[in-house]
Design a binder for this molecule. Structure first.
Ligand code: ADP
Length: 537
């Protein structure tokens, strides 16, 4: 029948992903590192089987269609089981970031109306800091040592006592998961992911020019499972049969490098601050770890400085930059060198790789300038990036933040970009971080990236500070490498090779470490509070 339903209307639900893990991937390993450094081993198939029992247990506790089940967990196998069980039973898995302030967690669990929460024993204290603010119907603890805390149910006992659930057939547009934005501007806002969004995201994330995931891979998400679905890696692994190495709570460089080597990881992923520290560890002891199986490090969530690309290249390790947001599930663009640039000069290649890349298939992009006109893709004009696509939010939970969506349904990212003729995105800044000096924009990201290429600089963050004459001026906050020394004049000279004089910061503040957000990025809000009001030199 032409123009009718000629093909099977197969629902794109995560149930298919979980069933695939169960049927086909029962040898793909899932390794969880515990707080004491020991590792537990299981498989994708075994997790999927346990997910059926877990789902029955949750249903017996009263979890029904669309109910939110919160998780306060690290990257660990039990979290994966909840990633499988909760969406497949028709409920919504809501991952909580334990590094948020208790007031924020209290706000989030109330806003999401979480009914049940699953807490790892290592996070009981965090849980106690906000539990009194919201009436959870049940609290389930994952306890490896000692008795289950009073008033809580034991995760393992619940699974042991339950029968496997026969998965219901689900509409692909139903909610499967939810996650909150970090709330850097105002209160956190909830993003609800549909089954269809997560299935299509997993499929495209696995494409060779995206993250390139196959059954021959072993993935180690350093990015937490509570941050934007660990960038989709758990579901991509389940779909394709890649092994998963889940590092738990300890993310210090040496212990992550140990895991990468011991478990023969082929791909890992996380925010730049993690990889900056890791690079220092590798530089200090280049022979200590055998990383010959490690094929790529996916780095995103903040701009990847060129110095990091070069630094890892020195160790024969490839960094691939990705751009995304909680609102885009999260992958929006991946920076892969186009074939015709493979033979180009070193400088040109690094310049390209330091950009955020071309949009994933099905993610549409456009950008608008201050006057509301769409910019040309000519690598010069700047504007705010707008996106739409099957895994891009169409609204926030409870109708918040409606002004982030255009009347024709595109999501306004708040990122100021240039776009080149290939469609490659180049993030100049977050709109709120741009420095507007004498009516001209200065990119804090560009200054930071170049500062971090200075041998004495470990970390650099640039903020705008009010200025009577120019409106705003850039101020650079610098954390030096151990034992290194430099001064503002040298740093200005270093920047002077790439930037015009009026773009150079007058003020430099030296700190021991730059404060981090709950997702591990530089926390510019704190820096602004600390330095904006300070006396000018
Ligand atoms: P938050 O940073 O507020 O915790 P998200 O994790 O959703 O929330 O972050 C999304 C933002 O991170 C993007 O809007 C963008 O500004 C920034 N970002 C993500 N990836 C990159 C990248 N590769 N380069 C530069 N900025 C990035």
């Amino acid at each position: 029948m032409i123009n009718g339903l000629t093909m099977d209307d197969y629902p794109l639900s995560l149930t298919a992903v979980v069933e695939r893990a169960e049927r086909f991937h029962n040898t793909a390993k899932v390794v969880s590192r515990r707080p004491d450094g020991s590792v537990d081993r299981t498989t994708l198939g075994a997790c999927a089987i346990r997910a059926r029992r877990l789902a029955s247990a949750l249903a017996e506790l009263g979890v029904g269609d669309g109910d939110r089940v919160a998780t306060l967990l690290w990257n660990q196998a039990e979290h994966l089981e909840l990633y499988f069980a909760v969406p497949a039973m028709g409920a919504v898995v809501h991952t909580l970031n334990p590094r948020l302030h208790p007031d924020e967690l209290a706000f989030i669990v109330e806003d999401a109306q979480d009914r049940v929460i699953v807490v790892d024993e290592s996070l009981l204290e965090v849980f106690e800091s906000f539990r009194h603010t919201h009436q959870f119907e049940h609290v389930i603890s994952i306890t490896r040592e000692g008795p289950t805390p009073d008033g809580m149910l034991d995760f393992e006992s619940l699974i042991d006592a339950a029968e496997p659930m026969v998965w219901p057939t689900l509409d692909e547009r139903r909610a499967a998961a939810m996650c909150y934005t970090s709330g850097t501007t105002g209160r956190p806002k909830g993003v609800v992911y549909s089954h269809r969004a997560l299935v299509l995201h997993s499929l495209t994330a696995a494409l060779p020019d995206a993250l390139g995931v196959s059954a021959r891979d072993t993935l180690l998400p350093v990015v937490p499972m509570f941050h934007a679905n660990a960038w989709g890696l758990p579901y991509a692994a389940a779909l394709l049969g890649a092994g998963l190495v889940l590092p738990g709570s300890r993310l210090d460089s040496a212990s992550v490098l140990d895991l990468l080597a011991d478990e023969q990881v082929t791909m890992t992923a996380g925010v730049p601050t993690v990889w900056m520290a890791m690079l220092d560890a590798l530089d200090a002891e280049p022979q200590r770890w055998d990383l010959s199986r490690l094929d790529r490090l996916i780095v995103g969530g903040a701009a990847v400085p060129r110095s990091m690309l070069e630094g890892y290249d020195r160790h024969g390790l490839t960094v691939v930059q990705a751009w995304g947001m909680t609102e885009t599930a999260p992958l929006g663009a991946v920076s892969r060198l186009p074939a015709d640039l493979e033979e180009s000069g070193t400088d040109e290649r690094y310049k390209f790789r330091a950009r955020q890349g071309v949009a994933m298939p099905f993610v549409d992009i456009r950008a608008r300038n201050d006057s509301g006109d769409f910019i040309e893709w000519n690598d010069r004009e700047m504007g705010e990036l707008e996106v739409r696509g099957p895994w891009v939010a169409a609204e926030y939970h409870n109708g918040k933040g409606a002004d982030s969506f255009t009347p024709d349904g595109w999501f306004r990212t708040g990122d100021i970009v240039r776009i080149d003729h290939r469609g490659c995105i180049w993030i100049c800044d977050r709109a709120k971080d741009m420095v507007k000096s004498g009516g001209e924009w200065i990119s804090s990201v560009d200054l930071e990236n170049h500062l971090m290429a200075h041998p004495a600089v470990a970390e650099a963050a640039v903020i705008a500070v009010p200025d009577a004459r120019w409106g705003e001026r850039p101020l650079a906050v610098i954390a030096l490498r151990d034992g290194a020394a430099t001064d503002p004049d040298q740093l200005r000279e270093h920047l002077g090779t790439e930037f015009a004089r009026w773009q150079l910061p007058e003020r430099f503040e030296f700190v021991t470490a730059i404060p981090r957000t709950a997702t591990g990025k530089f926390k510019k809000i704190t820096l602004r509070e600390q330095f904006s009001a300070a006396d000018r030199p």
